[in-house]
Design a protein. Structure first.
Length: 129
């Protein structure tokens, strides 16, 4: 599998931000718990750099589908997430599964691997360590 997605995580050494460890009071929302936290001067704490799910996802999952990006879906992973998962919030799963680094560079005709929502819920969000 291409390491473009993994490569993005290597740039976490930011000169203007400090990586911090989460506390018990931090958000338990899937985006927060599956990201690293950074503290920025005059901004606060932000979750950045989604942890690598690529290694946790097999090459094939029963029930997965392929989706060809249509003209109306260009650069709109939130819309594609809504079509498949009935929520725009799972766009990050589409990015991880398809090794997408820039969600605003999705061209018409690109074929995306869409894994089943139950796999996401039970194997990535709830039980991923």
């Amino acid at each position: 599998m291409n390491d473009g997605y993994n490569q993005r995580l290597e740039f976490a050494d930011l000169n203007y931000g400090e990586k911090i460890n989460p506390t018990q009071n931090d958000s338990k929302h899937h985006m927060a718990v599956n990201s690293d936290l950074y503290k920025f001067k005059n901004v606060g704490v932000l979750p950045l750099f989604l942890r690598n799910f690529v290694d946790a996802i097999p090459d094939y999952i029963e029930g997965e589908e392929l989706y060809r990006v249509k003209e109306n879906d260009v650069n709109r992973l939130d819309l594609i997430s809504w079509k498949y998962y009935k929520t725009p919030e799972l766009f990050w799963v589409i990015m991880a599964v398809n090794n997408i680094v820039d969600p605003f560079n999705i061209e018409e005709g690109k074929v995306l691997r869409m894994i089943p929502k139950d796999y996401i819920e039970y194997n990535l969000i709830r039980y991923y360590k």
